[in-house]
Design a protein around this ligand. Structure first.
Ligand code: ADP
Ligand code: MG
Length: 685
């Protein structure tokens, strides 16, 4: 008989090749397999005749393959497979992009079942990247859909899950009885069964609650353990005199009221011997950097070192170039550290840092490498903290002995959530913009107006301004009707570029797949004004400040979340020139239209974030990746805030009793936490 611990190769149909593919999904044993949960479910009961299909509909079509045509375009860089199919009521195109491997998947004259979303293309109705099987092998009913990896199909995974189903009964409860009782948790075996193959809505609801609870309890417990390792003891108290005033008086601008308030809150923390642990949240452009500078000035004048960590090389360098000269006027020495430095420079910086010759270190996550040693670190600051992992933030803190901690973010986060995520973190909000900013004029337009938009961009460039054109990052399965960054860059180069096209400007492309050095080089050139128009995927970094850039065009804007559009729009409107943002919407989605309206009407990041929450489906502006947490499979920290609170309560209780989860009855939970956080975190459980 099969056991939960057995390797997956005991399943019928899993040989060494399939096993290897499953390893990529972290599935090694039967136990791993049954814990690998569906991402969604699809109702395959409904079959629609082709004649009755509507654009946007998600359904099954059963149709006979007439012809398979392979097209190449864009100089053979892209390939499209068009499968012409029909039933008695009509004809339909099935499209696959860059999927040569499917060329021989279809037999002409044979009937297949296709499940996917219907869309309107130039030539009529189509279905892009549907799931398909020969008609006689079609599975009907409510089907679980699993996240896949190459070499494995839904059908195979479902089949293996069915084979493993008799083992659900072997899954044991691993939580203490009181926790189960207090939260009315469904038995784990039953919960797993209902996640894969739901019996009914009710059971499914309870099963999902159990799974989400488990996940959030592991998250909370893990975070508490990590935090408990790095706090405790009393903190460093900075001098009580208003030393920072000298720096504030020397700034080129008076602080806004909001900045003053936040500075005061920070000073109170710094002057007390409690360790500061504060999150500064302020919309894009609200002036968080100045606040950080003031805090660092205070640290140095109190006899300590400070460090500022930024998520990208270009942002770190931008900070360094702004801050170092300003501090030099007060005799304060800054150093810079990143992953791309000559060994000799790096060594010298490290020596000066250790001997106290550098007061303020600014850099990327290079500042947390083990050989970076401070002589008297008193303040650590993380900019755009949501881009860093929990472990990185903690490593930074551990560079000092109980240093004061300041983290800054433009990503709004509700207070309750902040407390759960970051523990006893105090929150300061910069809820006011510096004066003189005119909001970025925003228009959402259809594709038919692209030409007008480009003409407008041209006028801006002609005045010596710079601009960004951003395209969404897309997955292969969604390539229909989406313009890729390359495509857009080709077109804009043709039109605007003086070196390769007809225009007299300089156009460059920046995308995620480029090497870091290449990206940095292009950003640097844009920063220096050597590039006029930058076409990029969403990799353009947060926090980038190029005041001369005045126009932002978002292609396929319907694919961006509101919060993301707001962040991107924040790249313009940073100088004294009026700035503009165009959202080019493709298609006629109602949600996209509403988002466009919100963007046109508002420049308030907090309001936009709220609207985003209302509009978005299961997306993740508060998703874990935004906050540097381990990935969550089922939970959404906002939608499941109530479960999160319950889990946080239980975690607190557990931690009070057994801070390292060492007791035998907590063994199961400890393993679960360990699996979630991986081994490289400081969680050496
Ligand atoms: P963010 O909060 O997005 O990090 P920055 O700190 O980069 O914003 O500030 C954006 C711009 O606003 C910078 O050019 C900065 O010099 C300027 N700035 C900051 N505070 C003020 C202020 N009180 N008055 C005028 N300009 C300010
Ligand atoms: Mg910033």
């Amino acid at each position: 008989m099969m056991q939960l611990d057995d390797p997956i190769t005991v399943l019928k149909g899993v040989g060494p090749k399939k096993a290897e593919a499953l390893h990529k999904l972290n599935i090694r044993s039967i136990d791993d397999l049954i814990r690998y949960l569906p991402r969604e479910y699809q109702d395959r009961t409904e079959v629609t005749p082709i004649g009755q299909l509507r654009s946007g509909q998600q359904t099954t079509v059963i149709a006979t393959v007439q012809r398979v045509v392979q097209n190449y375009y864009r100089g053979a860089r892209r390939q499209m497979l068009r499968v012409h199919v029909s039933d008695e009521t009509g004809a339909l195109s099935i499209l696959f992009f860059n999927a040569r491997f499917l060329k021989n998947a279809f037999q002409e004259g044979r009937a297949y079942a296709f499940y996917g979303t219907v869309s309107q293309v130039r030539t009529g109705l189509a279905m892009a990247h549907p799931q398909f099987t020969p008609a006689e092998e079609r599975e009907s009913g409510i089907l679980p859909i699993y996240p896949l990896t190459q070499g494995i199909t839904q059908k195979q995974l479902r089949d293996w899950q069915r084979q493993a189903a008799p083992l659900y009964g072997q899954v044991r409860e691993y939580l203490p009885e009181e926790v189960v009782k207090r939260n009315r948790l469904m038995d784990p075996a039953m919960a797993i069964a209902n996640m894969h193959f739901p019996e009914n809505r009710d059971r499914y609801g309870q099963a999902k609650f159990r799974m989400i609870f488990d996940e959030l309890l592991a998250l909370q417990t893990g975070l508490m353990i990590v935090r408990s390792r790095s706090t405790g003891g009393s903190g460093i108290a900075f001098r009580r005199q208003p030393l920072e005033q000298e720096y504030i008086d020397g700034l080129a601008f008076p602080l806004t009221r909001a900045q003053k308030r936040v500075v005061r809150q920070i000073m109170e923390d710094l002057e007390s011997d409690r360790i500061m642990n504060r999150l500064v949240q302020g919309d894009v452009g609200s002036g968080k950097t100045a606040v950080a500078e003031i805090a660092m000035f205070k640290a140095v004048r109190s006899g300590y070192q400070a460090v500022l960590m930024a998520p990208t090389e270009i942002l770190a360098r931008q900070h360094y170039e702004g801050i170092a000269p300003a501090f030099a006027r007060y005799g304060i020495t800054c150093g810079f550290l990143s992953g791309h430095m000559r060994a000799a420079d790096r060594r010298q910086t490290l020596q000066k840092l250790e001997s106290g010759g550098i007061d303020v270190l600014i850099g990327t996550h290079a500042v947390i490498q083990p050989d970076v040693v401070f002589s008297r670190l008193g303040l650590v600051i993380t900019d755009e903290q949501h881009r860093f992992g929990v472990d990185q933030r903690i490593r930074l803190r551990e560079k000092g002995s109980n240093p004061n901690v300041l983290v800054m973010t433009a990503t709004p986060i509700p207070r309750t959530l902040a407390v759960v995520l970051y523990g006893d973190l105090d929150l300061s909000v910069i809820d006011e913009m510096p004066p003189g900013r005119t909001p970025v004029k925003t228009r959402s337009i259809g594709e038919e107006s692209r030409e007008d938009c480009y003409r407008f961009v041209e006028q801006q460039l002609a005045r010596g301004r710079q601009g960004y054109v951003v395209t969404p990052l897309i997955e292969l399965s969604q390539t229909l009707e989406v313009r890729s960054a390359e495509e857009v860059a080709d077109e804009l180069t043709e039109r605007f570029d003086g070196r390769h096209g007809h225009g007299c400007y300089r156009v460059a492309l920046l995308h995620g797949a480029m090497k870091q050095e290449e990206k940095d080089r292009i950003m640097e050139a844009f920063y220096e004004g050597d590039i006029d128009l930058l076409v990029s995927t969403v990799v353009i970094e947060v926090g980038i400040n190029v005041p001369n850039a005045t126009v932002m065009v978002l292609e396929n804007a319907e694919r961006f979340g509101l919060a993301q559009m707001h962040q991107l729009r924040g790249r313009v409107g940073r100088g004294s020139h009026a700035s503009y943002c165009f959202l080019i919407l493709h298609g006629e989605s109602e949600v996209a239209r509403q988002r466009g309206e919100i963007m046109e009407a508002s420049s308030d990041g907090f309001l936009i974030a709220e609207e985003d929450l209302k509009l978005r489906g299961p997306g993740d502006i508060f998703g874990t990746r935004q906050h540097g947490l381990p990935p969550l499979v089922l939970s959404d920290l906002v939608r499941h805030a109530d479960v999160l609170e319950k889990a946080a309560d239980e975690a607190k209780r557990l931690m009070a009793e057994d801070p390292q989860l060492g007791r035998p009855e907590h063994e199961g939970l400890r393993r679960r936490v360990k699996r979630m956080f991986g081994n490289d975190l400081m969680l050496d459980l």
